[in-house]
Write a protein that binds this ligand. Structure first.
Ligand code: HEC
Ligand code: HEC
Length: 382
């Protein structure tokens, strides 16, 4: 009898220990316990994230560090000031009407608040304007990754016929002819010669200063356990576990700096966009787009490369359904089949309850700040 009791006792203790070590903090969990762990200041104590084995370079979410600067374009205050002037100067366009800031407006989350942007002659662009928040943290720029640095990136909108529509060297000559710019280039670069390389470097340096301020999430994970509401804490937990968002939206940037097919090619429609495949011509890149950072996401809509999503709740419910991509049947069995997009295997149905979906949205708002106040230059060099 005694022996049986002992065996039962051992089994019970083992059972309790197993439960504790596999405790996954799912629905109905003690919110106080989650709050304590997540605000402990030590992310190694957090519950295990639900990460697939094929997830590349996972990094835990957390506070943003300093923006990296390339060694051949180190910053100084004068370069930032010059870059900002150039960013706001419409003379960088053929029409003298369109500045970078026409589409990247700080009051609109450094985007333009539209589904698709418009540029030269009010022609409509093909993709949603990307926010410039935290652009300095990306390894590749654009939805399809076609630019390798911010310096490299800035020549694209200048030359784009539906954006600023001018040959970049011609643009540099226009700026060179403005006497008032000479002293500013001297202050920034040590010599007053003006050329395209310096213009791009100054703009890139300004862009690297466009960094998110501390969000409530940052304050919370650093140790202020009251900085998030219960729903936001639960949303943070779901984001890392059941909803699996951290498979791609990870690291302090909430982007893995990778490209994934999220089921959004609009394949076979007039708006079809094969994303990174257009750049690499590699079939594995069909429909892959850059994972956007989710910092400030509450003020950077409408969302996705096509700008078709106007509400965060529709995005979360689409993920919940496993991002079904509608492939028009008329193309199946035709030669176009070879370009059939395949949604990333990381994406799957999530079975999130309506309440859980709301909590994820609440969490996304906790990594969003008010739009920044930016002093817009009014006096341009003549
Ligand atoms: C007509 C609107 C328009 C103008 C003007 C414009 N952009 Fe953009 N910008 C866009 C769009 C649209 C995208 C996304 C395009 C794509 O991925 O194909 C973008 C993307 C970017 C990105 C990439 C961000 C990322 O996370 O990858 C940067 C950086 C950027 N623009 C900077 C600039 C600069 C600098 C200028 C001025 C020289 C400028 N833009 C002018 C519309 C514009
Ligand atoms: C397989 C990687 C992957 C996973 C998992 C993932 N995302 Fe994304 N997410 C992306 C990519 C790639 C895009 C851009 C796709 C496009 O524009 O076509 C994106 C776009 C978004 C956007 C729009 C952002 C913008 O600036 O336009 C939001 C919001 C978002 N994801 C939230 C989430 C949430 C919430 C989850 C978890 C439920 C999640 N994502 C899971 C890769 C992923």
């Amino acid at each position: 009898m005694k022996k049986t009791n002992l065996v039962i006792g051992v089994i019970a203790i083992a059972g309790i220990l197993t439960c504790l070590s596999f405790k996954s903090y799912n629905e109905g969990d003690d919110i106080a316990a989650l709050r304590a762990i997540y605000s402990s200041g030590d992310s190694t104590k957090w519950p295990k994230a639900d990460i697939d084995s094929n997830t590349v370079g996972f990094q835990e979410i957390g506070r943003l560090g300093a923006v990296p600067y390339p060694t051949d374009n180190l910053p100084n205050a004068e370069k930032v000031k010059l870059g900002k002037l150039l960013f706001y100067d419409p003379r960088l366009s053929l029409s003298n009407q369109i500045a970078c800031a026409s589409c990247h407006d700080p009051q609109l989350g450094w985007g333009d608040g539209k589904k698709l942007g418009f540029g030269h002659d009010r022609k409509l662009g093909k993709r949603n304007v990307m926010t410039l928040f935290n652009a300095g943290f990306y390894q590749k720029l654009f939805w399809d990754g076609r630019a390798k640095s911010l310096e490299d990136q800035a020549r694209f909108p200048v030359a784009d016929h539906v954006e600023m529509n001018i040959d970049p060297h011609e643009m540099a000559e226009k700026i060179e002819a403005i006497e008032g710019y000479k002293p500013l280039f001297k202050d920034a670069f040590g010599s007053d010669t003006i050329n395209l390389d310096k213009i791009l470097k100054a703009i890139a340096t300004f862009e690297r200063t466009i960094v998110s301020r501390k969000s409530r999430f940052d304050v919370f994970v650093k140790g202020n356990k009251e900085a998030l509401s219960d729903d936001e804490v639960m949303g943070l937990h779901l984001f890392r576990t059941k909803a699996r968002c951290v498979n791609c939206h990870n690291g302090p940037l909430f982007s893995d700096n990778q490209f994934h097919n999220d089921g959004q090619t609009l394949w076979g429609t007039a708006n079809e966009d094969l994303g990174q495949y257009n750049v690499t011509k590699n079939k594995k890149d069909i429909g892959a787009f850059k994972t956007p950072s989710l910092r400030e996401v509450g003020i950077t809509g409408p969302w996705f490369h096509h700008g078709n999503f106007t509400e965060l709740k529709d995005i979360v419910s689409t993920y919940n359904l496993g991002n079904p991509a509608n492939i028009p049947k008329k193309y199946l069995g035709t030669p176009r089949d070879s370009l059939l997009p395949k949604t990333s295997p990381i994406i799957r149905k999530l079975n999130l309850t309506p309440k859980e979906q709301e909590q994820i949205i609440a969490f996304l708002q906790s990594i969003t700040n008010q739009p920044p106040r930016v002093k817009i230059p009014v006096d341009f060099p003549m």
